[in-house]
Design a protein around this ligand. Structure first.
Ligand SMILES: C[S@@+](CC[C@H](N)C(=O)[O-])C[C@H]1O[C@@H](n2cnc3c(N)ncnc32)[C@H](O)[C@@H]1O
Length: 249
């Protein structure tokens, strides 16, 4: 939305303290460039990784906490941010720890985001509260990307969520909304109960296996019109945000 200038302003809400440290650093401080440079300058060795991961949060500045979150996400098995996840050993393609570390790509992404920084605001908080507060606004659209119902517990530190309550909340918003979920029976049932439309889009998980993700909205005619082809905006965002093995640093 921000890149394509489809909204006057974009507000991002995230609950998790460590994930928030990344967005705080990029949006609410002048340290985004530092973070981008730190990533490309970091020498990815098992010793360096262990040293950073072993440093307690209390000993890290906000921007170092942001770097640690990105590092953890890339070197822990499956990008898992929940506590207790192990480090990658063989990794993807036998590249061990480095198999998901694409420093040049991350730097490029952060610098691209900094270009549109003035259109985006970030706050650490409860997304449900933010939706409730803005429910009456006809000119606000909500993109909601909640933790998956099944894999969420394994992947994220903040994974508990009242999915039924979220559905009831979005059914009351005056503006439009789009949600992405895992294709789970419980979620399809909730969508049906509220009269929402659903559609499947292809995605790749951390093992590059093809999976489908469930889109939920009031009117997904734009998706169905696109047929089985991926809608243009998905292709555009995939190009910007897909990991690009060709520029692995
Ligand atoms: C599927 S992930 C989305 C990740 C996000 N798209 C990204 O790439 O950064 C779900 C995210 O929701 C966050 N979360 C969980 N409960 C939340 C809540 N009540 N409000 C805001 N964020 C929440 C989790 O910490 C996790 O980062």
């Amino acid at each position: 939305m921000a890149f394509e200038q489809l909204a006057e302003s974009v507000s991002l809400i995230e609950k998790d303290e460590d994930v928030s440290a990344v967005w705080q650093t990029i949006f609410n401080t002048r340290q985004g460039q530092w973070l981008a440079d730190r990533i490309v300058e970091f020498e990815l060795t098992p010793e360096n990784v262990r040293e950073i991961l072993a440093t307690p949060r209390s000993k890290l500045s906000a921007r170092e906490r942001a770097f640690k979150t990105i590092l953890r996400n890339r070197v822990q098995r499956g990008g898992i941010l929940a506590q207790g996840a192990g480090l990658m050993k063989v990794g993807e393609n036998g590249r061990g720890l480095a198999s998901r570390w694409y420093p040049a790509t991350f730097r490029k992404r952060i610098l691209a985001i900094l270009q549109v920084k003035n259109r985006i605001s970030f706050a650490q908080g409860d997304g449900m509260e933010a939706i409730r507060r803005n429910a009456g606004r006809r000119n606000a659209a909500f993109f909601i990307d909640p933790p998956y119902t099944v894999a969420g517990r394994r992947l994220y530190a903040c994974s508990t969520m009242d999915h039924a309550e979220l559905f009831s909340l979005v059914s009351r918003v005056q503006g439009d909304f789009l949600m992405t979920y895992d294709n789970a029976g419980e979620i399809r049932e909730l969508a049906k109960r509220h009269g929402f439309e659903t559609g499947l889009v292809p995605m790749k998980n951390t093992h590059h296996a093809k999976m489908t993700e469930l889109l939920i909205g009031r009117n997904l005619s734009w998706l169905h019109e696109a047929g089985t082809a991926e809608p243009a905006f998905f292709q555009a965002s995939l190009e910007i945000f897909a990991d690009s093995p060709d520029d692995r640093g």
